[in-house]
Design a protein around this ligand. Structure first.
Ligand SMILES: Nc1nc2c(c(=O)[nH]1)N[C@@H](CN(C=O)c1ccc(C(=O)N[C@@H](CCC(=O)O)C(=O)O)cc1)CN2
Length: 278
C-alpha cells in the first residue's frame, strides 16, 4: 500500500508549536513580506504567508511595489526593513519581474533576517554546515521525512533539480542528514536509471508529470515539490496515480510540500527573533 503523506497536518502541528512559543514572547517576532508586481500566484502565496504570521501571533509588515519598480527602489525598501528593529525576518517573494536582478536584491537582506535562507551568506553557512537560517521548502521536506519516520542516514537520496531555492539546498540538507545524495538535472542521461536507485526521491524539476512508475524503486519515499496549475487543477512533477503499489509513501499536490514551506517560514521567523544571528 502507498501512503499519501499529509503535509497539511504536519504543517498545522509545526505552526501550532510556533504559535505556542510566540505566545510567551514580548515583543512579538515580526515578518516583512515584499511583493513586487502582480503575479497572481505570488499574490496568493504572500497572502497565505501573512495569514500564517497573524495566526502565529507575530506582527505582519508588508510592502507591495509595482511591476515597474526599479532595482534601486526595491533595494531601498529592503534596506529600510533591514534597519527596522520590529522586523526580525524579511522575505522577497519570487519570481521578480524580469528587469530586476533577484540575487543582488536578496543579498541586501542581512543573514540574521534572511528567513528564506537564500542570501549568499546563508547558502555559505549551509554549505559549511554552520548554524544559519535554511531555505523553507527543503527544511520542510526534512521535517516531513522525520514526521513519517523515514530514515535518512545511510539511505540513497536522489534530488531532481538544482535550483538555489530547492534542489541545491535540499541536497546539502540530505547530506547533512547522512544520506548518500545524487543530484540529477535536465542534462542527466537516463534519468530513470538514476532515480530508480533512490530510497528517497525528491522531485523539484518544475516539469509537469516528469516522474512516473518507471522512475521509482519499489518501497521508495517520493517527495513532489512541483506545482503546476492545469485544467485538471493543481498537479506536481510526479504522476501520482502511477505510484500506487510501487512507492511506500508519496506527497500529494496540493497538500504536501507547499503547506510545509509556509510552516517552516514561521519556524525561521521565530528563530530569527530569538537566536543570536549568524
Ligand atoms: N521568496 C520565496 N519565493 C518563493 C518560494 C519561497 O520559498 N520563497 N517558494 C515558491 C512559492 N511558495 C512560497 O513562496 C509557495 C508555494 C506553494 C505553497 C502552497 O501552500 N501550495 C499549496 C497550494 C496553494 C495554491 O496554489 O492554491 C499546496 O501545495 O498545497 C506555499 C508557498 C516560489 N516563490
Amino acid at each position: 500500500m502507498t501512503v499519501t503523506i499529509d503535509g497539511k497536518a504536519v504543517a498545522q502541528r509545526v505552526r501550532a508549536q510556533v504559535a505556542a512559543e510566540v505566545a510567551a514572547l514580548d515583543p512579538k517576532p515580526g515578518l516583512a513580506t515584499v511583493l513586487v508586481g502582480d503575479d497572481p500566484a505570488s499574490a496568493v502565496y504572500v497572502a497565505s504567508k501573512r495569514r500564517a504570521v497573524r495566526e502565529a501571533g507575530m506582527s505582519d509588515h508588508h510592502r507591495s511595489l509595482p511591476a515597474t519598480a526599479t532595482q534601486a527602489e526595491v533595494a531601498a525598501v529592503l534596506e529600510e526593513l533591514a534597519a527596522d528593529p520590529a522586523v526580525h525576518g524579511i522575505l522577497l517573494q519570487l519570481p521578480l519581474p524580469a528587469h530586476l536582478d533577484p540575487d543582488a536584491l536578496i543579498d541586501r537582506i542581512p543573514a540574521a533576517k534572511d528567513v528564506d535562507g537564500l542570501t549568499t551568506r546563508s547558502a555559505g553557512l549551509l554549505a559549511r554546515g554552520e548554524p544559519g537560517l535554511r531555505p523553507c521548502t527543503p527544511s520542510g521536506v526534512i521535517e516531513l521525512l522525520e514526521s513519517q519516520g523515514v530514515k535518512t542516514r545511510g539511505s540513497r537520496a536522489v534530488v531532481v533539480g538544482r535550483s538555489a531555492l530547492v534542489g541545491h539546498p535540499m541536497a546539502e540538507l540530505l547530506l547533512q542528514h547522512d544520506a548518500t545524495v545524487t543530484v540529477a538535472h535536465k542534462h542527466t542521461a537516463d534519468l530513470a536509471a538514476v532515480t530508480r536507485e533512490a530510497d528517497i526521491l525528491v522531485v523539484a524539476a518544475g516539469v509537469h508529470g516528469l516522474i512516473g512508475a518507471e522512475h521509482v524503486k519499489p518501497g521508495a519515499t517520493v517527495i513532489d515539490v512541483g506545482i503546476h496549475r492545469t485544467a485538471d487543477g493543481l498537479q506536481g512533477d510526479v504522476r501520482r496515480a502511477e505510484l500506487d503499489g510501487v512507492a511506500a509513501r508519496v506527497t500529494p499536490v496540493p497538500g504536501g510540500v507547499g503547506p510545509m514551506t509556509i510552516a517552516m517560514l514561521m519556524v525561521n521567523t521565530l528563530r530569527a527573533a530569538t537566536m543570536d544571528g549568524p
